[in-house]
Design a protein around this ligand. Structure first.
Ligand SMILES: Nc1ncnc2c1ncn2[C@@H]1O[C@H](COP(=O)(O)OP(=O)(O)OP(=O)(O)O)[C@@H](O)[C@H]1O
Length: 455
């Protein structure tokens, strides 16, 4: 596969000054002033020809810096950058000269990209039409709104037909209609097999548009891989980040930024590459399974049953599983969420159906009390089911109304949460059933007392 972009150990260092005076002194005095700040710190990244890669990361993680370096607009401090093809960057503030008119900017940008005057004459009306700037095209760009600038930048970049298109948050300004039109154009480019880099905070746009995701965190690559592998990890991280207090965020940021880039080691989890020292990230991609003993019913809104907790592709509708109770002998945590392995039998191997999100179930701990023989009498209330705490579809007797006073010959007692359930055989029947302890009494007299109090 031909590589369109390769970056190796790319570092971008800026100087940060506490005030303007320090900045001036740094320029004129031989002593170095200000503090070094690494916007990128050892970034290795490769895109194949035709890849559509989304750059994600919280503010200040280096997304724009890396896209500007790939576009050749900002030089790297050190490292290697190889771009095979003509890149074009679309960003709100990129490459437009504020003092020139829209038309002059079109000409300038096209000349810089090597177009002849005749070619530019041909392209110009198409660009103006795509940018929807009709009357403004001969006004200086400084009079444009950010949406208008972005439209002009987008129109020039797509009409010059670059090999590599880099779109930095350009769709987040301007109106919805233009964003849709731009997204359509980008889809066309994608279909043509062009390489694209897409920088956005919109998870939705990333999902619909990108194939792969590069997750940057304070200048380092945190993860790189397919959308389905990286985005859920990032979304889980964002939830954690949003719940952090400012001082917790500062500690986290300093910890990441103080690391030596030479220590950036990566581990491959299938096609996903993650930072080797990030155990939490690894744990949230893989999942840990623990033995457990629960019984579970599915809630009304239950969505899917998964083949494995970290596989969003292989899932099936869980609706048909409702109104039954299931055994849960395995529990897993994946990306801070609990999953249960549903089974029709009290086993983690036999009768297994699949994994379901814990919050989509009502479940209780299931414990054996004893297998002692006990004799009870049915009160005539409740139901009998083939499984303990059975659902409608597991009723043997939907109502025990006509069974009041019959003997219930019990051979197993269990606890489901705080509720006691008995397994046994009802007098005159052969099939074993489960009945809740509220619906039996241990001697006939209690039954008569019950009847008296009811009368
Ligand atoms: N010219 C510059 N001088 C000094 N620091 C800079 C400069 N450009 C960027 N930085 C710093 O580098 C870091 C990365 O910035 P960058 O714009 O690449 O992040 P980003 O991930 O694109 O952020 P956002 O999501 O906010 O657009 C930030 O801390 C930023 O302040």
């Amino acid at each position: 596969m031909t590589k369109a972009i390769i970056t190796k150990n790319v570092v971008k260092k800026y100087k940060q000054y506490s005030n303007q005076k320090e900045r001036m002194l740094d320029l004129i005095s031989p002593t170095s002033r200000g503090e070094d700040f690494y916007a990128l710190n050892g970034v290795d990244f490769e895109a194949d020809k035709g890849d559509v890669v989304g750059f994600i990361g919280i503010n200040g993680s280096g997304k724009s810096t890396l896209s500007n370096i790939i576009a050749g607009i900002v030089p790297e401090t050190s490292g290697e950058v190889q771009v095979n093809g003509q890149p074009a960057l679309i960003a709100v503030a990129a490459g437009l000269n504020d003092d020139l008119t829209g038309r002059d900017n079109i000409e300038l940008k096209c000349l810089m990209l090597g177009f002849s005057k005749d070619e530019i004459k041909e392209l110009e009306p198409e660009i103006i039409e795509f940018a929807e700037l009709e009357n403004f095209i001969d006004q200086p760009v400084k009079s444009y709104s950010s949406g208008m600038k972005s439209r002009l930048g987008f129109a020039i970049s797509v009409k010059v037909d670059p090999d590599i298109l880099i779109i930095d948050e350009a769709l987040s300004v301007g109106d919805r209609a233009f964003a849709d039109k731009s997204l359509k154009k980008m889809m066309e480019f994608k279909d043509q097999g062009k390489t694209m880099i897409f920088v956005s905070h919109s998870i939705g746009q990333m999902k619909t548009f990108c194939d792969k995701i590069l997750w940057l965190e304070f200048g380092r690559v945190k993860a790189f891989g397919e959308v389905k592998d990286v985005l859920p990890l990032y979304e889980a991280f964002l939830m954690k980040w949003q719940n952090m207090q400012k001082d917790e965020r500062d500690i986290y940021r300093n910890k990441i930024m103080s690391k030596d880039p030479a220590d950036n080691k990566y581990k491959n989890l299938g096609d996903l590459m993650v930072l080797d020292d990030d155990e939490e990230l690894e744990a949230s991609h893989t999942y840990s399974v623990r033995p457990v003993s629960r019984l579970a019913h599915l809630k009304a809104y239950t969505t899917y049953v998964y083949q494995s907790p970290n596989d969003d592709e292989n899932k099936s509708d869980a609706q048909h599983l409702k109104n039954k109770v299931y055994y849960v002998k395995r529990e897993a945590t994946y990306q801070f969420e609990n999953y249960y392995l549903l089974s029709t039998q009290p086993s983690g191997e036999d009768g297994v159906i699949g994994w379901i999100r814990g919050i989509e179930t009502s479940s209780h701990v299931h414990t054996l009390v004893d297998n002692d023989k006990k004799i009870f009498y049915l009160t005539g209330r409740g139901f009998a089911s083939s499984e303990p705490w059975g659902g409608k579809r597991q009723y043997v007797h939907e109502s025990l109304e006509h069974h009041g006073g019959l003997i219930f010959d019990v051979n197993e007692t269990i606890l489901i949460g705080n509720n006691v359930w008995y397994q046994g055989v009802i007098e005159g029947e052969s099939e074993s059933v489960w009945i809740h302890s509220n619906n039996v009494v241990s001697d006939m007299e209690e039954l008569n007392d019950d009847d008296d109090s009811n009368n």
